[in-house]
Design a protein around this ligand. Structure first.
Ligand code: UDP
Ligand code: MG
Length: 321
């Protein structure tokens, strides 16, 4: 029975220009590691020829595995599917566009040997990305860090290596709206990081549209923080307090000073302000409810059209034996 030491999960969405170079760089970077490896490509409904390229690779390379989704389910789900199918004792998650340097994996592997369960890669610099992307990412990670109770490292993507123990725990987490780096932080264990300079994309375009990024950000926040709900409640109290004072003032003016000129500006301001606060609060509650609804529906996270791996568990034999 084959035992795999290192599994590499590679989510793929329209990466035809990157796949062969990625595979080349991965295999040559990992050569110094004399361990049994598998490379699991998760094709997340690519519209280009990515899947054909992966199949061709799989025909000649036994260590190349793939899962082909029936449509685009999103990056986090592609990675989650990968986690369910891999069999390695240690697992790496890496982007296909060569923004995550495969050469770092060997360093991560060595760091793991010091007794860590997770080694993630922290971006020192980011090259060739738009100012808006860098700025939104920076702002998002810091806000998230300030409102969550789990410590989610800033400036970190999903590029990391982790122990099988972690993978088994992630596979038992049932939520539909995945925020994998948050789940990994939540799980605890000994985690550390290596720093690297993030390159730009080798070729092709980002699959993360601003719409997907926005959903991803909201998934992260709602899964790991109740701060927005508390904020809605708190602003409700503050606004009610102010409103109460204003009501008191109006009544005093009306009955004691008999001073009641028609004041539409104050009326408009208070109506608009209250309306705004109410809509925001309902919206926030809605974000949580829609996620609860998704979890109650409990649909499968993804649909596989084709694959050359089975999900059957390979028994990982005791290393000492
Ligand atoms: N990706 C995916 N599904 C998607 C979008 C992206 O599997 O819906 C993959 C993509 O092929 C890449 C990784 O996720 O391997 C990171 O995506 P991308 O480079 O487009 O994001 P960015 O680096 O711009 O944040
Ligand atoms: Mg990228």
């Amino acid at each position: 029975m084959s035992i795999i030491d290192l599994s590499v999960i590679i989510p793929i969405y329209n990466e035809e220009e990157n796949i062969s170079l990625l595979y080349e760089r991965l295999t040559s970077a990992l050569k110094p590691l004399d361990v049994r490896k598998e490379f699991l490509f998760v094709n997340d409904g690519s519209k280009d020829s990515s899947m054909e390229l992966i199949r061709q690779l799989a025909e000649v390379q036994e260590e190349v595995k793939y899962i082909d989704f029936s449509r685009n389910f999103g990056h986090q789900i592609a990675v989650s599917a990968g986690l369910e199918y891999v069999k390695g004792r240690r697992v790496v998650i890496i982007d296909a566009d060569l923004q995550d340097p495969p050469e770092l994996i060997v360093d991560m592997w060595e760091k793991m040997d010091e007794g860590y369960e997770v080694v993630y890669a922290k971006r020192r610099k980011r090259a060739n990305e738009t100012v808006l992307k860098k700025w939104t990412a920076k702002w998002f990670y810091r806000t998230l860090a300030s409102i969550t109770s789990v410590e989610i490292p800033v400036d970190t993507g999903d590029f990391r290596i982790m122990d099988r123990k972690l993978v088994d725990i992630l596979n038992r987490m049932p939520e539909q709206n995945k925020f994998i780096r948050g789940q990994i932080s939540w799980a605890g264990f000994r985690q550390t990081y290596l720093e690297y300079d993030r390159d730009g994309r080798h070729a092709g375009e980002t699959g993360y549209t601003y719409k997907k990024m926005f959903k991803f950000a909201l998934d992260g926040i709602t899964a790991f923080s109740n701060f927005p709900l508390k904020f809605a409640t708190a602003s409700g109290f503050v606004v009610s307090g102010i409103s109460f004072l204003v009501i008191l003032y109006t009544l005093i003016q009306r009955f004691i000073f008999k001073n009641y000129e028609p004041g539409w500006p104050s009326l408009m301001v208070s109506i608009l302000f209250l309306g705004g606060i109410q809509l925001i609060s309902i919206g926030i509650i809605g974000e949580y409810i829609s996620r609860m609804a998704a979890n109650i529906r409990n649909r499968p996270l993804f649909v596989v059209r084709d694959s050359n791996v089975s999900k059957e568990k390979v028994l990982i034999e005791d290393e000492a034996v």
